[in-house]
Design a protein around this ligand. Structure first.
Ligand SMILES: *Cc1c(COP(=O)(O)O)cnc(C)c1O
Length: 346
């Protein structure tokens, strides 16, 4: 499939003259007196605007994620990257996007906010993805296809070949949200950026990195696509405290790895235990840090757990997810409390 990035970009974004901030203009030279940004000179110690392009953090992330720094966008959670995809590629009231159902809710919310038509293609009852079905609903106004793998809320990841088929056959942008790829053992798609000029991969600090509160999301794509993100984003979209905290986490990878190992071990403990409960109809396989479970009566069991102080996610009203609960893998103690409560449910 021929890929012409410029033809996909919204005309007003193509023509946009981006805001030039003080720290953009001054770059690369040595200086010790900063009187260019109307900051307060007294260091409290956050008086200076942060690096708008987060170069130090990107330098640390690049080898870890096996990409080049110029292939990284950092934002206020993945949610910022999701919104920017619409604002860069989709003309409101005219263009559309294609996604699977069920999947992560933000793709649809951002489509609605940006007045972009959202075409959802249902997965099969065992949560499989049909590449040709996605491609069939795409037309000349389809700018983006969203694929979340491992998928939220179903928990499974899709076979690589199926995703490769979409990437190869679709002439627009394919976003693969790999928020949960740290919990899977397959090769992540961000290592394939040089092969697919239409690929955007999303990662986040909110799950495996245990840092949902710092709001740090990542998008990996070609240098040309990242340049568009940089053009449209807020100038100082990632604050200094977040940049510093992320660097500190990267300094302590051993801790992140031990969390991951523990969560996978707990997943291996929780899934079979859930399957044995009489109230559980089906435990769907999980490549993530949560599991989707079909139960006898999701609304009632949800309320019962809340009364015990245990909160899970009730997905009963989500398309194809009737009587399903989505349960995050917690600590051994938290998981045992959940399992204990469910064993006593009548
Ligand atoms: C949790 C989650 C994210 C993370 O969003 P942030 O804004 O980075 O916290 C992204 N995508 C999916 C599918 C998720 O489930």
């Amino acid at each position: 499939m021929d890929f012409e990035l410029n033809k996909l970009v919204r005309p007003n974004i193509r023509a946009l003259e981006p805001y030039s901030c003080a720290r953009d203009e001054f770059k690369g030279m040595e200086a010790h007196v900063f009187l260019d940004a109307n900051e307060n000179p007294y260091n409290n110690p956050v008086n200076r605007y942060p690096d708008p392009l987060q170069e130090k953090l990107k330098g640390r992330l690049a080898p870890l994620k096996q990409v080049r720094p110029s292939q990284i966008f950092l934002g206020n959670g993945s949610d910022e990257a999701i919104d920017l995809v619409y604002r860069i590629f989709c003309t409101p009231g005219r263009d559309n996007v294609v996604a699977i159902a069920p999947t992560y809710g933000m793709y649809k919310v951002c489509a609605d906010i940006n007045d972009v038509e959202y075409r959802a293609v249902p997965l099969s009852p065992d949560w499989q993805l049909d590449a040709q079905a996605l491609l069939r609903v795409a037309d000349a106004q389809t700018k983006v296809i969203w694929i979340c793998s491992p998928n939220n809320p179903t928990g499974n990841e899709f076979p690589r070949e199926v995703i490769h088929e979409v990437l190869t056959c679709f002439g627009g942008i394919v976003v693969i949200d790999e928020a949960y790829s740290d919990f899977s053992s397959q090769v992540p798609f961000r290592t394939m950026l040089d092969r697919y000029p239409n690929l955007i991969v999303l990662n986040t600090f909110s799950k495996a990195w245990a840092s949902a509160a710092i709001r740090l999301g990542m998008a990996f794509a070609s240098e040309d696509i990242i340049a568009l993100f940089n053009k449209v984003k807020y100038p100082y979209n990632v604050n200094l405290l977040t940049q510093e905290k992320a660097c500190a986490l990267i300094d302590d990878l051993a801790t992140v790895d031990s969390w991951l190992a523990q969560i996978r071990r707990e997943r291996d403990h929780v899934l079979p235990a859930l399957s044995e409960l009489p109230i559980v109809r089906e435990v769907f396989p999980s490549d993530a840090n949560f599991v989707l479970v079909r139960v006898t009566d999701a609304n009632r069991i949800y309320r019962y757990l809340v009364e015990k102080g245990i909160v899970v996610r009730n997905r009963h009203r989500v398309q194809l997810c009737n009587d399903c609960l989505r349960i995050t893998i917690g600590t051994r103690q938290e998981n045992n409390e959940l399992l204990g409560a469910l064993r006593f449910y009548k």
